[in-house]
Design a protein around this ligand. Sequence first.
Ligand SMILES: *Cc1c(COP(=O)(O)O)cnc(C)c1O
Length: 369
Amino acid sequence: MLSQTEALVDLAAVRANTALMAGLTRAEVMAVVKADAYGHGIVPSARAALEGGATWVGVATLDEARAVRAGGVTAPVLAWLHTTGSDFAEAITAEVDLSVSSLAQLDEVTEAARGTGRAVRLHLKADTGLARAGARPEDWPRLLDAAAKAQADGHAEIIGVWSHLACADEPGADSNAVQLAAFLEALEAADAAGVHAPVRHLANTPGLLAAPETHFDLVRPGLGLFGLSPFPGDDHGLRPAMTLRAKVALVKRVPAGTSVSYGHTYTTTEDTTLALVPLGYGDGVSRAASGSGPVDINGRRFTVSGRICMDQFVVDVGDHPVAEGDIATLFGPDGPSADEWADVTGTINYEIVARVGPRVPRRYVGGEA
Ligand SMILES: *Cc1c(COP(=O)(O)O)cnc(C)c1O
């Protein structure tokens, strides 16, 4: 490694994970690369997933869609989280598919389409139970009618009808069956309104892995692309793509009874060696892992000693040989897992990778970035 810290991203793993998931379904695969591809880098990740068999790209925001297009991606791109006043004309001109959940959103994007002289490619979103985006069942028929009219007027092309699952990571949860039934009803209502969307989509990574009845025409994995599983303890053959690591910045011997880092929450019990790792909460390493985060140095497992600071933390490595410049691995396929970091910080593996900050340089192996 060249720099003092790095998030090493294995694009071959992204390709392989995409191919593995594509092999589990007859549906097409939309690679979800929002939030800088869960911290892995939006353009390299999108490209690797497309090489692995994805045919669509999904993002939250219009800025993300712009970044994907600027990276030379020509596959269909869907953006689903935007606010009034956004530059929809630019998105439509860049052939970005837009999701709408309300009449007001539909009006605004069709008005923008009218200005560009092109039809906006629409995905109508139904709220089937997540209560996040999407139109409620009572509002759905009016949205369908207005979208059908916009299509007839030449300002819109209805590509998709879609929704999102609340509890797909709990395959036994009742809400999964309830949401599937609600989605089927939303599709029937669309048919009845003369809206024949060719691309029906519902499944995220857990739906893709565990609920084939949610696959429809297109599946939308994010987490799985990056080799993390939504099911703790069952990796489904996925391979983590990111390794977060740093060079040890300083090593020193200290006596027993030395209190370490802010607040002195850790005190050495023997004469020992302390290693300083130059990553902290300013890099997205949660302070909640103070005293508990796992770290591998020279093939041996240690634990963060005392508080994690903004830029650095300390590891008591005992009498094990550790030198300045040795590599400390926080998580990755050859170290502790993102799941272990999630456990000790009370969160999910999604957040562990997504929160790795911009100060940490991304370095790519396994293909062209
Ligand atoms: C984030 C997201 C996904 C991907 O979810 P994973 O659980 O990471 O596979 C799919 N669809 C929507 C609407 C999302 O917001």
